[in-house]
Design a protein. Structure first.
Length: 233
């Protein structure tokens, strides 16, 4: 065991020499582990309790108590930002901007992550086949677990934040952009609960699955950078 830790320490020290952004690999590893644990915990309860989460009832009762016509309109606007058309437009614009900055590989990284998480979300929904809440403010179709809006936009927010942070060096506003993106991802997820098209557990599962997907791909991205950088030495 001691020799394992020694080898790990040596390997990690070598990695740090070739990747000045090594902290993103460490953070990505932690986030992917924690988010996977959170997702599996939600799914375990789903199979054990048949999807009867106490937190779902509490959340629905709460949003009913604060519902107003004005708030309905505001939340509807927020949820539109997480629709498939909005995500496609944002992703395309982001990719075009990266290409304009001569970051073609980063543009591909962004597009493939959004496409991949989209397909993963559809696969998970088809597997769990959880029905949506019966009483909804807006009409939607398809299965409920995990929330596509929560999962896909959280992935978009994390990947975009990662790219902003590593490429907008020395610009304090990069933290503002990143924070706003994460806050928007949270707001979009909560809007699905307010509109009663998803249970809170659907949204929590979507956030955790999206965080796992994006964090894991950030780890792969940093390691790929390391492999390329190490070859030049």
């Amino acid at each position: 065991m001691k020799s394992f830790f020694i080898r790990f320490k040596d390997s990690f020290s070598k990695y740090k020499e070739h990747d000045e952004r090594w902290k993103y690999l460490v953070l990505g590893s932690l986030v992917s582990f924690i988010s996977l644990f959170a997702f599996l915990s939600i799914i375990e309860d789903y199979f054990e309790n048949g999807g009867n989460y106490a937190i779902d009832k509490v959340a629905i009762d709460f949003v009913k108590s604060i519902e107003t016509p004005l708030l309905n309109k505001i939340v509807y606007i927020i949820t539109i930002l997480g629709n498939s058309s909005s995500v496609i437009i944002i992703t395309i614009l982001g990719a075009l901007f990266l290409i304009h900055k001569n970051l073609k590989s980063e543009a591909l990284f962004l597009v493939l992550n959004i496409l991949g998480v989209w397909l993963l979300n559809e696969a998970l929904k088809a597997f769990f086949k959880r029905n949506r809440p019966d009483i909804r403010i807006i009409e939607v179709h398809g299965y409920s677990l995990p929330s596509g809006h929560a999962m896909i936009f959280m992935t978009l927010a994390i990947i975009a934040s990662y790219l902003i942070l590593i490429h907008l060096k020395g610009m304090p506003i990069r933290w503002v952009f990143s924070t706003l993106l994460i806050m928007l991802a949270i707001a979009i997820g909560l809007s699905r609960v307010y509109l009663r098209v998803h249970y809170l557990s659907d949204v929590l599962a979507g956030w955790s699955a999206g965080a796992f997907w994006s964090a894991l791909n950030i780890v792969f991205h940093r390691y790929s950078y390391y492999r390329k950088s190490a070859k030049h030495f």
